[in-house]
Write a protein that binds this ligand. Sequence first.
Ligand code: NAD
Length: 303
Amino acid sequence: MSEIRFDGRVAVITGAGGGLGRAYALLLASRGAKVVVNDLGGTFDGVGSDTAAAQKVVDEIKALGGEAVANFDSVSQWESAVKIIQTAVDHYGKIDILINNAGILRDKSLMKMEIEDYLKVMAVHLNGTFFCTKAAFAEMRKQNYGRIVSTASAAGVYGNFGQTNYGAAKMGIVGLMNCVKQEGARYGILANTIVPTAGTRLTATVMPPDVVEKVKPEYVAPLVAWLCSEQCDVSGNIFTAGGGYFSRAAVVEGPGVFFDPSREITVEMVVEKLDQIKSLEGGREFGSALEQTGYALSKLVSI
Ligand code: NAD
């Protein structure tokens, strides 16, 4: 198998001043990518800013013989997100790879959550991913090439107590990527989503210290690197990765039941068929909303 390399490629990694983003930056740079290390440098819950985090990772990459430049803007406003992508264009002439990774947490149960905690988490995760993706897409489209990897979470895909803001933002990112997949296809732009598990300052709030130490961000990075590579041949996929475990997750729809819509469809008819309606046996993934709607209406149209 040929080595996966990024020579001549330019990558922007948001929130790369620590944790998972740092691991991605070091891996891509070690394989030839020129990297924009973005990080606002605030606290884990999104307060303040500090240039030290991004600069430290740039220094690390350079000390290892790699090429990188720091950017300290926030992903959460359109104007500053544009500046992040522009840093790649100004320094390296283009952007080939975007990893939407920046993130914060403001966990609280629904009843205790302040509106500000909801809005702040949405702003960094969902708005930040949208803004950076939109700005990068404009550049990628010009060159008919791009790789976008965004970051969701099991909290969104499967749910978690105390994370309604975070879960909503993270599942929103999946919806965003499903649509970017459609729009990017004709320009050679692939968009995928990673659901990571790693010991970082974010998970230090919920994982015991020895687990944080063991579940290294470096265990997630190899799959992300493949998703960023020329060799990647999938788009719109969700991958889980952490602690040596790699897998694909997907939304699957069961074959369901079809009633004749020219006759009355009663509640009792639906209840009677619930086992069949709930069953995922023989289920499938749909590549687009159009495909799913086509299936759902197939019997109606043929009646
Ligand atoms: P981390 O705190 O180490 O990294 C997040 C980085 O994003 C920080 O360095 C932070 O300064 C930066 N950041 C925050 N707000 C920013 C903004 N507005 N603009 C630019 N940078 C900003 O945590 P991590 O665990 O490495 O998280 C990386 C991503 O992975 C996040 O999106 C997180 O939600 C996601 N995630 C992590 C895990 C896990 O197990 N660690 C699980 C699921 C999802």
